[in-house]
Design a protein around this ligand. Structure first.
Ligand SMILES: NC(=O)c1ccc[n+]([C@@H]2O[C@H](COP(=O)([O-])OP(=O)(O)OC[C@H]3O[C@@H](n4cnc5c(N)ncnc54)[C@H](O)[C@@H]3O)[C@@H](O)[C@H]2O)c1
Length: 303
């Protein structure tokens, strides 16, 4: 019987479907010391973001030769040494399409929050305050320019939603202008910086930040930044400085250098709208991730 280990939980509908298809599903988290020996006993390991599949896990799995497939329920696979795993004959898969709409909707949650100070009003009203005047300078999203950096699955989904709200969308992607008939404007990166009222990041993890002090200097005064992609894409110190000076009017973060977040300079900042990496955390996305996992496993182990 094909044995599956789900270390960070798996949707109950997916666990049920896999069991009905004849797979044995174990749901158990192991710390990094225990994981290598345990993972080597399974044919498939399914992780979300908490479990890291690093070299020691792969090396131990190679010894038993049992582990054939690692699945990341989600988009980014930076918690898996995927290249090394593939070199050792272990397949790595993810569920890239399942959460795009959820992440894109969170971008708008944050944009509305920034535009109308909801992130701050919620805090001050809970303190019994009525700061109507302070929040009178809100703006509408309609008519504003949204600059997207990265025009893949989430970027494109965000663009369509923005267009429906009457925003003008410009984007930059390293692969250039993507679909031929795409109604959105591909522009150089510096033009995204110079022309956008809101800038939202939708690229994979990078070694050097795209939103650096230099990049911020090229932006409009009073720009808003939204990052639901990866924390390394923004130089956090440069962001805090620009928020303090007013160059950046407000920013929204769903991803952080350290998760859970520990730096009070970030989590106490009055101009930040924040969520604890919940971009993909919707009921619908979880169900789709579960469905995708069932499909990947049943396709791989077709009898
Ligand atoms: N917050 C969350 O919970 C959450 C959930 C899902 C995905 N994400 C993150 O969202 C990001 C985007 O996901 P996606 O599914 O749209 O990915 P995708 O692969 O579909 O799209 C990424 C796009 O970025 C482009 N790109 C890569 N490097 C670039 C660069 N330096 N400059 C400009 N463009 C560049 C690629 O060509 C591609 O078109 C990823 O970082 C992913 O990890 C976050």
């Amino acid at each position: 019987m094909v044995k599956i280990l789900a270390t960070d939980g798996i949707e109950s509908s997916a666990a049920k479907a896999l069991t009905e298809l004849g797979f044995e599903v174990t749901q158990q988290f192991y710390d990094e010391n225990e994981l290598p020996a345990r993972a080597a006993e399974y044919d498939v390991v399914v992780v979300r973001s908490a479990t890291k599949i690093r070299k020691p896990v792969i090396d131990e799995a190679v010894k038993t030769g049992k582990l054939k497939l690692v699945i990341r329920g989600g988009v980014g696979i930076d918690n898996i040494d995927a290249v090394y795993a593939k070199e050792k004959g272990i397949e790595v898969q993810n569920t890239p399409n399942a959460s795009s709409a959820s992440v894109a909707e969170l971008v708008f949650g944050h944009m509305f929050s920034l535009a109308r100070f909801l992130y701050d009003a919620n805090v001050t009203m809970r303190e019994g305050k009525w700061e109507k005047k302070k929040y009178a300078e809100g703006i509408e999203l309609a008519g504003k320019t949204l600059g997207l950096i990265g025009f893949g699955r989430i970027g494109r989904c965000t663009a369509k939603m923005a267009a429906a709200l009457g925003m003008k969308v410009i984007y930059h992607d390293i692969t250039g202008h993507l679909p031929e008939n795409d109604p959105f404007a591909f522009v150089p990166l510096d033009e995204v910086f110079a022309k956008s009222d809101f800038i939202s990041l939708h690229v994979p993890k990078a070694d050097a930040p795209i939103i650096s002090a230099d990049a911020i200097a090229k932006m409009k005064d009073g720009v808003f930044i939204i990052n639901t992609a990866r924390a390394t894409l923004i130089d956090t110190q440069a962001l805090l400085k620009a928020l303090d000076s007013g160059k950046i009017a407000g920013a929204a973060l769903d991803v952080f250098d350290e998760e859970p977040i520990k730096d009070p300079a970030v989590y106490k900042h009055p101009k930040l709208s924040m969520t604890p990496h919940t971009g993909a955390s919707t009921v619908e996305a979880q169900l789709r991730i579960g469905d995708d996992i069932v499909k990947i496993i049943s396709d791989r182990f077709k009898k």
